[in-house]
Design a protein around this ligand. Structure first.
Ligand code: 1BN
Ligand code: ZN
Length: 318
């Protein structure tokens, strides 16, 4: 009992004391979010998420402007629409090292009876990228990078619509153009969709409280990394959530920052972020033609889905 109290107090201290970063606003701040029930994580189906990833990969490679990307957008719009989520395409032309490209982000809000007010924000952003890296000489399907996180968001949408109050405090975002046109994300090349989206957030009348960015989250063997530039409170929430779900051995606090779509959300929109990314360095298939469904498991997708919902539960219930 004493041990438990000490552990709880130290977690509480860790979650509330944060000297170098501003605190993540709780749900009692500015915009009140309904608490997400403690049952929600158990409702997430890895099999459902896996089926969505299979569907996305069946459309072929998804680089910006491709047929596969267009079909993937249509698939997400249909699936999310059937679950009561309204979608909006955010299109823009971006300058890339090979010339201008038309990019399309997809945004979704739970709003079954009316059109959402896209000029205001809701508290929580759940984000994935949808594009796959363009390779002229291989068929790159990106089952894990970025099918896994995109399929997972659709299953999260299904779970959340059973918790209406919570669903209304979430915006789903599927970014285009995360991948660089040249080899690596560097300078102005890469993160096209998240840079544009973050800039547009500044035109809204209010900002979200925080963003959770998921990437490469479906591999059956590799651990999930908590990106080192994630907000300290969100890191603590995530390690606590992993402990609650018995997933501590599968979730690792990483020490090095990894450049991904959370970076523009932090830099351009000053949002606290949680970056969850599979340890791609432990795979032999990352950014190769072997990024296919056979590396993924429903269980791994379920673990990440549950973890995300448990973090949302914690954030909304204190
Ligand atoms: C994620 C998916 N990323 C690229 N495709 C970002 C990344 C940046 C991953 C550096 C590894 C290293
Ligand atoms: Zn990639």
């Amino acid at each position: 009992m004493i041990k438990f109290l000490a552990a709880s107090l130290s977690t509480l201290f860790f979650l509330t004391s944060c000297s170098e970063q501003e605190e993540v606003p709780s749900s009692s701040a500015a915009s009140k979010s309904a608490p997400l029930s403690a049952n929600a994580p158990s409702e997430f189906s890895g099999e459902n998420a896996y089926a969505h990833v299979e569907a996305l990969t069946s459309f072929g490679p998804r680089p910006p402007e491709s047929d596969g990307y267009r079909k993937s957008l249509q698939y997400l719009e249909k699936e999310l629409g059937q679950l009561g989520w309204k979608t909006q395409r955010q299109t823009f032309k971006g300058d890339t090292p090979t010339g201008p490209i038309n990019f399309t982000n997809l945004l979704a809000r739970y709003s079954p009876d009316q059109d959402p007010d896209w000029t205001t924000s809701v508290p929580y952003l759940l984000c994935s990228h949808l594009d796959t890296k363009r390779y002229p000489n291989i068929v790159f399907l990106g089952a894990n990078d970025s099918g896994s996180s995109s399929g997972l968001l659709v299953e999260l949408a299904r779970v959340l619509q059973n918790h209406e109050g919570s669903a209304k405090s979430v915006e789903l975002v599927f970014f285009d153009g995360e991948e660089a046109i040249l080899e690596n994300i560097r300078g102005r090349d890469g993160l096209y969709g998240s840079k544009f989206y973050a800039g547009q957030l500044n035109n809204r009348s209010n900002k979200p409280q925080l963003a959770i960015v998921l990437d490469i989250v479906g591999d059956k063997n590799i651990p999930l990394l908590i990106g080192s530039d994630s907000h300290e409170n969100l890191k603590a929430h995530t390690t606590a959530a992993a402990t609650t779900l018995g997933l501590s051995d599968k979730v690792v606090l990483y020490q090095t920052p990894i450049t991904d779509d959370h970076v523009p959300l932090m830099a351009r929109a000053q949002l606290p972020v949680l970056h969850l990314i599979g340890d791609f360095s432990q795979t032999t298939y990352w950014h190769t033609a072997k990024d296919t469904m056979d590396n993924l498991s429903p269980e791994a997708l379920e673990n990440t889905g549950k973890l995300t919902l448990q973090v949302l539960h914690q954030l909304t219930s204190n």
